[in-house]
Design a protein around this ligand. Sequence first.
Ligand SMILES: [Zn+2]
Ligand SMILES: [Zn+2]
Length: 239
Amino acid sequence: MTSKFNLDAKLNSKDDCGVCGIPLIYQATPISKSCIFCGEIHNTNIYCPEGHYVCDSCHSAEAIQILRNVLNSSNSTNPVEILETILAHPALPLHGPEHHSIVPAVIVAAVKNTGYSVPEEAIEQAIKRGTKVPGGWCGFYGACGAAIGVGIAISIIKEATPLTGKPRSLAIEATSNALSNMVDGHPRCCKRSSRRSIEIAIKFLQEELDIKLGNNQPMACSYSERNKECVKAKCAYYM
Ligand SMILES: [Zn+2]
Ligand SMILES: [Zn+2]
């Protein structure tokens, strides 16, 4: 399979098909496809018109390693800063399910860096739970995976389970806050959603759990040129 790779297209097209570089199809009805990397067969709503399909796990593999590297070396309590460092890595796809792990892991790492006691393996748990939320979840299921990431982070920090009353409610409330702040009438942008999720998390942690994270400075977006669906001035991060 790898002999079919157009390397230039691959390098320049993190945002389209990772194999041939042409824009992906997002369709309402799933079809069965075999991942070109691992061969696993999945039902998918997202694939390349040339037939290429990359499963969520293979799509996210490199980004998750980048995420781990950044989190291992960061002692920042500012999740905006940590998020932007990860997003800026040249190998990170513009959109995709890796953002569903990045958001909760960044929140948990920033909380941990304040000295707040978090459960053992909290960051790995955040990554693992985030990877369970598939790509395209926002449009296909009505709940953005980055917003769910805020709930995942709160769940991990407060050790929620389906049987805990208050912690479970806090996690749901956190997701709900993030989701309600994403109702904007625009096509998805995983950078916009990740940034909004982190902002909501900072506010929520301070108000509900008295955990103060670093400064919430909005960053100017440097991805709008790459994003065909960028809504430009209608986006809060377009400066
Ligand atoms: Zn393709
Ligand atoms: Zn795969």
